[in-house]
Design a protein around this ligand. Structure first.
Ligand SMILES: Cc1ncc(COP(=O)(O)O)c(C=O)c1O
Length: 847
């Protein structure tokens, strides 16, 4: 006889109750586990048995063992308040309902149980779940409780037998409500007349994004992208003015505001739930949804619910309930018939502020708020069981609300002892006590095929024009790289001035037709001597943020008389005299300080005295904000004084990173901020001579820059529409990012196959921006530089910092010690923010 093998005891609420026991039989027999059944029989007798089952694969029969006795009779004492008679089927039925957790983010099980009891208190409802921590298992409404092992333990074959066993009686039905459970059922159990759940075909159509359902219902989907490559994700988020969501194909959605957040969320979803993920634009509006039921393709009932009060997680707390409009009913009827929908379903939508409905998600199960609809007079779980079609005329109550209710825990189940969290006390009631999430990790399920192919097979459904360029189009840098030689001291930098030339020419072409435009080179973005000289040679003016920077610019050929001084430290280090073309003060205090300096003998020559205005909707440490009219008056007074003393005209400046805000928000913020030009012009007596739009454009967005400027000039302050207005742009990375590369060599390759990693002689100090954006990488192979393709490997820096990761998700499987690699797109901030620590031989090359 075997040694005892406890399979797992994840939860031991009560010493009388050991939920998971296993013993391995002698030889190669199966492990045997117990699951618990408590409650009452149809005739009110306490159920005393514990059923044992195999869940670790094995073929021989399970050995049963009585485990628990004396379970409580827990006959539901529900009053019958049904709106109509639901007939004999319900009266005689036993319904096994899964998903019994009822917390802040509840599963639908309890709501279904309540609805069935509302229709007929005599119906037997058995609560099924996979953890005793599912709170509604404790409710007295249930006649019986079945607790199966957690999803991380379940063996599909055994589980199927258990389910078959549970519904063996011809009057017993199963309503599954856990998303992945529904999928596993469809896959392993197929179609069964008493399993009231959608089939595999349905599940294929509801995988996110639900393109097929959107077509069938005539409801547009929000913009989405299944291309979740770094560059594509970054672009998508930047062009989603209201933010974006990272959504799992089957479950889970996270609001994301940056590409880093999106990719982290995507990795989490893939790991925890399985399947793909995609990005979806956030749609502002009012959340609403349809709950519906169909039996074998015949639509029985449906209601429309509009969320009125939401929990912090966005779950329904109270909602309005109404009949589904006829047009939608008809479309839903056709769709249900087409796919053979069986069971409950939920269609989640957003009603935009324009009144249009957008389809968000389709769930192959009842929504958790389903009992709300039942209390309003549309009992969909009962309709499902009784196969009863929506009555012709019914009067629905207008809405429902939830209440919090404390109940005594079942003495048999006991109370769940949640573990102490490492930092802040007891962990909150978990969202998925059944461990459903782990099911995704086990990859038991095949992926749907109907809508989800490889990312490239499903185009992004963007409706507004995208910038024609992509980062890839800017990464032909590798063809311009020199041939490396053994004598090279790496890491080293290569400046690609021709790319700067090209970008400047492209930008000038964009600006064609705009009167009086001046381009400035943002020195801090790229202070490399070669690029400074080239920029000056191309006719750009210098934009400096300190007086030392200005001096460097002058030595590389920039005209001080045209230079622009910006930022909060522009008068540092202190000088007795300064000559520049324009300066833009960052605060009222700076204007006042300048007046004091002039009083003290400081000599300043400038044509334009200006201010930087803050963006009203962006939290920023820069610029003047005019929330108080006194600030406007004080600013106007100081500007007036400085204009007189310097003999200068006035200007206004706005800078916020379009690369962060995206074009839509940038236009909005620029328009609002530059709107202050009008009241200032009124006080100063004439319109500004210069409007400076700063820099901050994303390298991909050259093609939308002109339309953004046109929009702001057309809708910003009236005084921006004067013919004499000079327009200044200070693009940094837009022009320089592609113009530098860092060449490095592989020191060591670790691991094999797709998970291979290489360590190189460059480090974060050489490419500090590697932490914030993916740089294209090229490998020198067979006498030429070739882009390294996407994969699962990483390029790690030479330092001992955990964060020294230079590139991820690249195929480095063929790289070997000594190979040359080049990081492209290093011409913005990588140069100016790099530091020389530990560079050895290459110190001069990278200086
Ligand atoms: C006033 C101003 N102009 C221009 C730039 C250049 O920005 P970028 O290199 O992001 O285009 C900056 C960057 O912070 C800035 O603050």
């Amino acid at each position: 006889m075997a040694n005892q093998v406890p399979v797992r005891v994840p939860f031991q609420p009560n010493p009388r109750l050991t939920l998971f026991l296993a013993e391995r039989q002698a030889g190669n027999g199966p492990a045997v586990a117990m699951y618990l059944r408590l409650g009452t029989s149809r005739h009110g007798r306490p159920v005393r048995s514990t059923v044992a089952s195999r869940w670790i694969s094995g073929t021989s029969a399970a050995r049963c063992r009585k485990l628990s006795r004396g379970c409580h009779a827990r006959r539901a004492r529900t009053r019958r308040i049904g709106h109509e008679s639901w007939g004999a089927i319900i009266h005689a039925a036993t319904v096994v309902v899964s998903g019994m957790h009822s917390g802040p983010n509840p599963s639908p099980g309890l709501g279904i149980a309540r609805s069935l009891k509302l229709a007929d208190p005599e119906v037997r409802v058995v609560g099924l779940d996979y953890s005793a921590a599912s709170s509604a298992l404790h409710t007295s409404i249930l006649d019986d409780v079945v607790l199966l092992p957690g999803w991380d333990e379940i063996h599909p074959g055994t589980w199927m037998e258990q389910v078959a066993d549970l519904i063996a009686d011809p009057n017993t039905f199963l309503i599954p409500t856990l998303d992945l459970e529904v999928r596993v059922l469809a896959e392993f159990f197929g179609v069964h007349e008493r399993v009231l759940a959608p089939n595999k075909r349905v599940l294929d159509t509801v995988a996110k994004p639900p393109v097929t359902v959107a077509d069938a219902l005539g409801l547009p989907l929000p913009e989405f992208s299944t291309d979740t490559d770094w560059g594509a994700a970054e672009r998508f988020i930047r062009h989603s003015p209201y933010g974006a969501w990272a959504k799992g194909q089957h479950y889970e959605a996270f609001r994301v505001r940056s590409v880093e957040e999106a990719l982290a969320a995507g990795r989490f979803i893939k790991r925890e739930w399985g399947g793909d993920w995609h990005l979806e634009a956030h749609v502002p509006g009012q959340e609403c949804g349809i709950a519906f039921v169909a039996r074998n393709g015949a639509l029985l009932d449906a209601v429309l619910m509009t969320k009125v009060i939401l929990t912090p997680e966005g779950k329904t707390w109270s909602g309005e309930v109404a009949e589904l409009p006829d047009v939608l009913w008809e479309k839903l009827r056709h769709y249900a018939a087409d796919v053979g929908w069986n069971g409950g379903g939920e269609i989640e939508m957003i009603r935009t502020w324009d009144g249009d409905l957008k389809l968000m998600e389709v769930n192959p199960r009842f929504p958790a708020w389903i009992h709300g609809a039942s209390t309003c007079g549309a009992n969909l779980p009962a309709a499902l069981l009784a196969e009863q079609v929506r009555p012709e005329r019914r009067r629905l109550t207008s809405g429902f609300t939830r209440v919090v209710e404390e109940i005594a825990v079942s003495p048999v189940l006991g109370i769940s002892s949640y573990p102490w969290g490492p930092s802040d006390g007891i962990n909150p009631a978990t969202k998925h006590p059944s461990g459903m999430r782990t099911l995704g990790r086990r990859e038991l399920l095949s992926e749907p095929t109907a809508v989800h192919g490889p990312a490239s097979a499903i185009p992004s459904n963007r409706t507004h024009p995208q910038p024609s360029e992509s980062t890839e189009s800017l990464t032909g840098y590798e063809t311009l790289l020199d041939t490396p030689s053994e004598s090279w001291a790496t890491p080293s930098r290569q400046i690609l001035v021709t790319l700067l030339d090209e970008r400047v020419a492209e930008l000038r072409a964009q600006l064609d037709g705009l009167p009086h435009t001046v381009l400035a080179h943002s020195i801090k973005t790229c202070p490399h001597p070669e690029l400074l000289s080239r920029a000056a040679g191309l006719g750009l003016v210098a934009e400096a943020i300190t007086l030392d920077e200005l001096d460097v610019a002058i030595t590389h050929g920039f005209d001080p008389g045209c230079a622009i001084l910006n930022g909060p430290a522009k008068w540092w280090p202190s000088r007795s005299s300064v000559r520049c073309g324009a300066f833009f003060a960052d605060s009222v205090e700076e204007l006042a300080q300048l007046v004091r300096s002039l009083d003290a003998g400081f000599r300043l020559t400038a044509d334009i005295v200006g201010i930087r205005v803050a963006a009203p909707g962006v939290a920023s440490r820069f610029g003047l904000s005019f929330e108080r009219s006194a600030d406007l008056a004080e600013t106007a007074a100081l500007l007036t004084e400085l204009r007189v003393r310097l003999g200068a005209r006035w200007g206004i400046h706005f800078h916020q990173a379009e690369s962060v805000l995206g074009p839509d928000r940038w236009r909005h913020e620029a328009t609002s901020a530059l709107g202050f030009a009008d009241p200032l012009a009124d006080r100063l007596g004439d319109p500004p001579a210069v409007v400076d739009f700063g820099g901050g454009w994303h390298v991909d967005d050259l093609s939308v820059l002109r339309s953004s400027l046109d929009r702001v000039l057309a809708t910003g302050g009236d005084c921006l529409r004067t013919r004499q207005l000079e327009i200044v742009l200070e693009p940094g990375k837009l022009l320089t990012q592609s113009a530098a590369a860092v060449v490095t060599r592989v020191l060591l390759a670790k691991g094999h196959g797709i998970g291979r990693e290489v360590i190189v002689d460059a480090a974060l100090g050489d490419i500090p921006e590697a932490r914030y954006r993916a740089h294209p990488v090229a490998q020198f192979i067979h006498g030429e530089w070739r882009p390294v393709s996407r994969g699962a490997g990483r390029i790690l820096g030479r330092s001992c910092m955990e964060s020294d990761i230079l590139a991820e998700e690249l195929d480095v499987s063929s790289l070997a010690e000594g190979d040359f690699l080049a990081f492209g797109m290093c011409g913005a901030y990588d140069l100016s923010m790099s530091y020389p620590f530990g560079r050895g031989l290459a110190a001069e090359a990278l200086a």
